[in-house]
Design a protein around this ligand. Structure first.
Ligand code: ARG
Length: 479
C-alpha cells in the first residue's frame, strides 16, 4: 500500500484524510482502500453533485418500476422512495454530507440511503449500473440546460425585436469588410441577430429531440436478466422512448457533443453581437450608448465608459469552444462501451452551459438597456459613398445601361466626389454629366440615404416597411 499523506498545505492539495477501508459499494474483493492520488483522480463528486436532482428522480423512477415489476418487494421499495425524498431535502437544505470516498453523486446518494433505511437500500441498484445511471442523469441535466438556454435565447430575441421595431427607420452604414457599403437601418441589422439566435434555438431543439431517449436499464453494457420495463422508466422521466441498444446507451455522448457544438456556435454568435456593441459604443462610432448598468469605469481615466460585459461575452466564447474540443478529444478513439474517460464529459458541459447562460443574460440586458443615437448613425452615412450602388442602379433603370457599364461610370463619379471631398448627394450635376452626359437632376432622388433604404423593398431587405413586417413576423415565429 503506497498511500502518501501530503503533510504540506499546498494550494493544490485536497486530501480527504485517511481512507484505508475498501469501498463499501464494491469492496468485496478488495483488501485495501484507494491511494490518496487514486481517490483524487477518480472522484467526481466535487462536480457531479450538480446532478443530484436528476439522480434522485431517475432512482425514484427506477425504484417504482422495480416495485411494479415485482423485482423489489413493495415494502423495501417504499422505504427506498421515502429515503430518496429525505436525501433530496437534505441536499437542497445544504446539509448533505457529500463524501469524496464515495466517489460520485450516485454512490453518495446510495450510501446515505443505506444510513437512512438500512439494508433495503441495497435493492435499489438491482438491474442497473452506474454506467446507465450516470448517462441517464446527465441526459436529464443537459435536457434541462437546453430548455433553460432556449428560454434565455427567446428573451434575447425579444429584446432585439423591441429595439428593431423602435429603430426600423434609423439609418446607419451597413458594412462589408468593415468598410461602409450601403445604408441600412439599425432595425434591420438587429433582426439579422434574431435570425442567428433563431437557428441556435433550432439546433438546440434538434439536439433535444435526439437526446430525449432513456438509457436507463442498459445496465453496465449488456442489458439485464431482470424483467424490467424500460418504457415505464423512460415515460416517467419524460423521455420519448428508451434507447435501442444497451452498448450504445452507456457509451454514447453524442448528446453532450451536440449540445456543446450548438453551444459553441451560439457563443460565436454572441461574440459577434458583443463585438458590434464594442465597436458601436466606441468614440469613433458612437452609434449606441450602453447603460451604466452594463458599463464600467476606469480606475485611472475618469472619462472612460468601458463595455466590459460585451468584451467578456466576446471573450467567453473561447471557453465554450474549448469545452467542445475537450469532449470531442476525450471521446475520440474510445472503444465500446463505457470508459472512465467519459467521466470527463461533465465539467466542460457544466461550464459551457453556465457560461452561455451568463452571456445570454448580459447580452439581453445590454440590448434592452442600450440607447442608440440615430443622429450619430445618420452622420456616419454621409461618408463612404454609401449610395453608389443606388446611382449605378439608376443608370441601369433609367438610362438602360448594362450593370457592368453603370458600375464603371459610377466608379468614375465616386472618384470625382472623392477629389472634391464631398458625398455623392452633394456632387454638382455637371460633374456627373462629365462622366455620363445623359444623367439628369432626377438622379438626386436616389442619392439620399433615406430613399436608398426605402427602395430596398425586396423580401428580406432593409426598407423600414419591410423591417417592421419582419419584426412582426419574428415575434410570431420565435416568441
Ligand atoms: N462517475 C462516473 C461517471 O460519471 C459514474 C460511472 C462509473 N462507472 C463505473 N463503472 N466505474 O462516469
Amino acid at each position: 500500500m503506497t498511500t502518501q499523506k501530503n503533510k504540506t498545505a499546498h494550494p493544490l492539495s485536497r486530501s480527504s484524510g485517511d481512507n484505508h477501508a475498501p469501498n463499501q459499494m464494491w469492496g468485496g474483493r478488495f483488501a485495501e482502500g484507494p491511494a490518496e492520488a487514486m481517490e483524487r483522480i477518480n472522484a467526481s463528486i466535487d462536480f457531479d453533485r450538480r446532478l443530484y436532482a436528476q439522480d434522485i428522480a431517475a432512482s425514484q423512477a427506477h425504484c417504482k418500476m422495480l416495485i411494479a415489476q415485482g423485482i423489489v418487494p413493495a415494502q423495501d421499495g417504499t422505504a427506498i422512495l421515502g429515503g430518496l425524498d429525505t436525501i433530496l431535502r437534505e441536499i437542497e437544505a445544504g446539509g448533505f454530507p457529500f463524501r469524496v470516498e464515495y466517489e460520485d453523486i450516485h454512490m453518495n446518494v446510495e450510501a446515505r440511503l443505506r444510513e437512512l433505511i438500512g439494508e433495503a437500500a441495497g435493492r435499489l441498484h438491482t438491474a442497473r449500473s452506474r454506467n446507465d445511471q450516470a448517462v441517464t442523469d446527465f441526459r436529464l441535466w443537459v435536457r434541462d440546460a437546453v430548455d433553460a438556454l432556449d428560454g434565455q435565447l427567446a428573451d434575447l430575441q425579444s429584446a432585439l425585436i423591441d429595439q428593431a421595431e423602435a429603430h426600423a427607420a434609423s439609418v446607419m452604414p451597413g458594412f462589408t469588410h468593415l468598410q461602409a457599403a450601403q445604408p441600412v437601418t439599425l432595425g434591420h441589422h438587429l433582426l439579422a441577430y434574431v435570425e442567428m439566435f433563431g437557428r441556435d434555438r433550432g439546433r438546440l431543439a434538434d439536439g433535444r429531440a435526439r437526446m430525449n431517449e432513456c438509457p436507463l436499464g442498459a445496465a453496465a453494457l449488456a442489458g439485464t436478466s431482470f424483467p424490467i420495463d424500460r418504457a415505464a422508466t423512460a415515460k416517467a422521466l419524460g423521455f420519448a422512448r428508451p434507447t435501442a441498444n444497451s452498448m450504445d446507451s452507456v457509451s454514447d455522448r453524442d448528446f453532450a457533443m451536440e449540445f456543446l457544438a450548438t453551444g459553441a456556435i451560439l457563443a460565436v454568435h454572441l461574440s459577434r453581437l458583443a463585438e458590434e456593441l464594442v465597436i458601436w459604443c466606441s468614440a469613433g462610432f458612437g452609434y449606441v450608448r450602453l447603460s451604466d448598468a452594463f458599463s464600467t469605469g476606469s480606475s485611472i481615466m475618469p472619462q472612460k465608459r468601458n463595455p466590459d460585459a460585451a468584451e467578456l461575452v466576446r471573450g467567453k466564447a473561447g471557453r465554450v469552444i474549448g469545452a467542445l474540443n475537450t469532449v470531442l478529444v476525450m471521446m475520440k478513439g474510445l472503444p465500446m462501451s463505457y470508459g472512465k474517460d467519459m467521466q470527463e464529459d461533465k465539467e466542460p458541459v457544466f461550464d459551457a452551459a453556465e457560461t452561455l447562460s451568463i452571456c445570454l443574460g448580459a447580452a439581453a440586458g445590454m440590448i434592452r438597456d442600450m440607447t442608440p443615437d440615430p443622429t450619430a448613425m445618420r452622420a456616419a452615412t454621409a461618408v463612404g459613398f454609401l449610395t453608389a450602388t443606388d446611382l449605378a442602379d439608376w443608370l441601369v433603370r433609367v438610362l438602360g445601361m448594362p450593370f457592368r457599364e453603370a458600375h464603371h461610370a459610377t466608379g468614375a463619379i465616386v472618384a470625382r466626389a472623392e477629389q472634391r471631398g464631398c458625398d455623392l448627394a452633394e456632387l454638382p450635376l455637371t460633374e456627373m454629366q462629365a462622366v455620363e452626359p445623359r444623367i439628369t437632376g432626377a438622379v438626386f432622388e436616389v442619392l439620399s440615404v433615406d430613399n436608398s433604404v426605402q427602395s430596398r423593398t425586396s423580401l428580406g431587405g432593409t426598407a423600414p416597411t419591410r423591417v417592421l413586417e419582419a419584426a412582426a413576423a419574428a415575434r410570431g415565429r420565435f416568441l
